[in-house]
Design a protein around this ligand. Structure first.
Ligand code: ARG
Length: 258
């Protein structure tokens, strides 16, 4: 009995080594965090939909595989790629040097800027006006990185500003409604949607007193050194960009067509 068990265990282990735990060969596994309209969100029938999911479908198709979408927390979506649990992550991921240390990125397919969400009667105009505020951000995002660094050593230094990480930006916005936080910082399209769907809130571009703004580019993340997937992804991104399809997808999701 014991022998049989260890034989099974041994073959399981061997199998795991070959297939790398997760990505069985007939599936293209994409990790995401479906709390980021219009890039990924929960649509009808509780399905994960969005611009990124449509892009992921095109990538899987090019790879000749069936698409499997894993909806996890944002940081976990990035980690899934570096640990080999997903072939790629599509989650409106901003390319930056820190992330480039552990992941490889495709050509960018979209741009974004940070937005500040506040109560409708707020007179906040610049990031400096957030001094002393409790600010909600989605955990692991560039909104968090920017606010953390500004409050530690930047324009919000020594102002007793607190950065509160949340599982999603929407949860942070719910806490803004009840004054548990004083502002939320999130990527532009998501911020605009949160404001549209929640009375009493407004949003504005995150600008510094000197007039400068943030600018970010979204790209697909793959495992460091995974040249094959990167080439495949870049081919698809180029086709989608050149044919105007990415703009079409944006309009489609902004118009509420899943
Ligand atoms: N662009 C921001 C970043 O890369 C936010 C992305 C959040 N994406 C999501 N699917 N929740 O940090």
């Amino acid at each position: 009995m014991k022998k049989i068990f260890s034989a099974i265990l041994a073959s399981c282990l061997a199998l795991t080594t070959f297939v790398g735990c997760s990505n069985s060969n007939d599936k293209f596994v994409v990790s995401t965090n479906a709390a980021f309209y219009p890039y990924e969100y929960i649509g009808e029938d509780n399905k994960v939909v969005g611009i990124d999911i449509d892009i992921a479908k095109a990538i899987a198709e090019e790879a000749g595989k069936e698409l499997k979408v894993d909806d996890v927390e944002f940081e976990a979506a990035l980690a899934a790629v570096s640990t080999g649990h997903a072939d790629a992550a599509l989650a409106g991921i901003t390319v930056n040097d820190e992330r480039k240390k552990t992941l490889d990125f495709s050509e960018p397919y979209a741009t974004s800027i940070q937005y500040i969400i506040v109560k409708e009667d707020s007179d906040v105009k610049t990031i400096e006006d957030l001094a002393g505020f409790k600010i909600g951000v989605q955990n692991g995002t560039t909104s968090q990185t920017i606010l953390d660094s500004e409050s530690k050593e930047g324009v919000l230094k020594d102002t007793n500003t607190k950065v509160e990480p949340y599982k999603t930006s929407l949860l942070a916005a719910m806490d803004l409604k009840t004054d548990t936080v004083d502002a939320v910082v999130a990527d532009s399209l998501l911020a605009e949607n949160i404001v549209k769907e929640n009375e009493g809130l407004k949003c504005l571009e995150l600008v510094y007193a000197d007039g400068s703004t943030t600018k970010e580019e979204y790209a697909v993340a793959v495992k460091k050194g995974d040249k094959e997937t990167l080439e495949l992804v870049n081919k698809v991104i180029k086709e989608l960009k050149d044919s105007g399809k990415i703009d079409e997808l944006l309009l489609k999701h902004l118009n509420g067509e899943d």
